[in-house]
Design a binder for this molecule. Sequence first.
Ligand SMILES: NC(=O)C1=CN([C@@H]2O[C@H](COP(=O)(O)OP(=O)(O)OC[C@H]3O[C@@H](n4cnc5c(N)ncnc54)[C@H](O)[C@@H]3O)[C@@H](O)[C@H]2O)[C@H](O)CC1
Ligand SMILES: [K+]
Length: 465
Amino acid sequence: MIPPGAPILTAEAMRAAEDAHFRGVPQLDVMERAGAAIAREAARFATGRDMLVLAGPGNNGGDAFVAARLLKAAGHDVTVAAMGEPQTPAARTMFERWEGATSSLYEARPRPILIDGLFGTGMSRALDRGPRALLADLAKGAEFSLAIDLPSGLETDSGADYGAPRVSATIALAALKPAHLLGAGLEKCGHVLLADIGIPVESAWHSLARPRIEAPGAFDHKYSRGMVAVIENAMPGAARLAAGAAASAGAGYVMLIGTDPASRVDAIVRKSVAAAEDLADALADPRIGVVVVGPGLGRDRRAEGLLKAVLATSHPLVLDGDALSLLGRNAARWLQARTAPSWLTPHGGEFDRLFGEAGGSKIDRTLAAAAEAQATIVHKGADTVIADPRGAVRVAAHASPWLSTAGTGDLLAGLLAARVACGDDALVAAETAVWLHAAAARRAGPAFVADALIGQIPQAVSECL
Ligand SMILES: NC(=O)C1=CN([C@@H]2O[C@H](COP(=O)(O)OP(=O)(O)OC[C@H]3O[C@@H](n4cnc5c(N)ncnc54)[C@H](O)[C@@H]3O)[C@@H](O)[C@H]2O)[C@H](O)CC1
Ligand SMILES: [K+]
C-alpha cells in the first residue's frame, strides 16, 4: 500500500526542502517530530512486545534515538543498538537525550518489534556484508519491523537494493522518496506510511491517485463522447482487446480498421482496408479523436506501411507494442515532426529499445524520454512511471502481479485512447488509464484472462464518478 497522491522527492530535493525549513524552525524540533511520528506508529503495532531500535551514525539514527526515548517514556521495553558514533550534531544531541544503554549492532539480538534507523536518505554506498547480514537476521527474527524513512540499504532515488532488509512497514518522513515505489523498494518497504513532520514539500512528482471521471452530459452523443480508431493487422485479437477496452472506458464510438473478417464485436464498427495505402482514406474522418496503433500490428512491410500512414495523419496517437518496436531509436524524430500529441506505452524492454538503457532511475529515464519524444510516456511494469514533457511524473506501484499476462498491454492502450478521446488532459488521460487498468485487475482477482478485464472496466469507471 502506497499513500495515493503524495509528493515524491529525491534525496537532494528532500535535503533542499529541509535546509529551507531549518532557516525558520530548529532542526532538533523537526527531528523530535519525526521521532514522535515513528514512536506513534511503532506503539500502535507493539501490543506490549519488546522493542529493538537500531540507530545509524547520521540523522536517521537521530530519529531512532528520539523514537527510543519516547517509547521508553511511554512504558515500552526498549533496547538500542547503534552502528558507530553519531556523526551529525543533531544525532549527537538525540543520542545524549537518550538515557538508556546503547549496545553495538554486533551485540544486538532479535526482539519482536524492530525499528530500523540505520540509514535513510544519506545512504551513499552498499552496506558491508557484516551489517547487511546482521540487519537481515534482526528483521527476520522480528514479528513486526518498521523502517525509519527507508529500509536501510535501499538507494533513495532508484530503489536499487544495496542490502536492505524486507520490513513490515516503512514510515516515509515528509514525502515519499522514489525508492518507496521503484525497483526493489516495492518488495522491501512493506506498507508505506507517510508522516507530516512540518516540512513543506512541493513536487511535480506524485504517487498515483484515484482519478475523477466526468459522466456524459444529457446532450452528449456518441461522437461528442469521443471516437477511437484502432488499427488491426497481424494479430487481430490484440487490436480487438484494445478496442473493447476503449469502448468500456467511456469512448462513444470505437472503430476497428483492418482486414480480419472474423473480428466481429457487435458495438464496435469495422472498416475494411485492403492495402496499407488505403488507410489514409479510412483515417480521413475528422471526428476521429485518437488512433491506437501497435497492438498486434506485426513488424513486416505491411505493418510498416500502416504505421507510416498513421503517423502521416494529424490525429493524436497512442503507440504501443509493435509500433514502438518499428519506430525503435527513431521514435523521437518521427514524433517531433508531428503537431498532434502522442502517448507511448512501452514496457521495460520496449523502452530500452526506444531510448537506450542508460540514464539513472526509472523516473529519470522516463522523464528524459518524454522530453526527447515530446510525448507522454507510460513506462509500464510493477512500478509504472508516467512522465510528460513538462516534467510531471506519476508513479503507480503495486498493481496486481496477475497483470503479467498476454493482452493486458493492449487493454491499457485502449483505455488510454478512450480517455484521450473523451478529452482528458494528456497527463490525466495516462493517469486515468493506468488507474482503471489496475482497478479492473483488482476486481478480476487471480489468474484472469486479459479478455475478462474488459467486463470489469465499467465497474472500475464507476469508482471514479
Ligand atoms: N536533516 C534533518 O534534520 C532531518 C533528517 N531526518 C532523517 O535524516 C535522514 C537523513 O540523514 P543523513 O544524516 O543525511 O543520512 P543517514 O542517516 O541516512 O546516513 C548518513 C550516515 O551514514 C553513513 N553511511 C552512508 N552509507 C553507508 C554505508 N553503506 N555503510 C556505512 N555507513 C554509511 C554516512 O557516512 C553518514 O555518516 C533521513 O532519512 C531522515 O530519517 C528526519 O527526517 C528529521 C529531520
Ligand atoms: K532506515
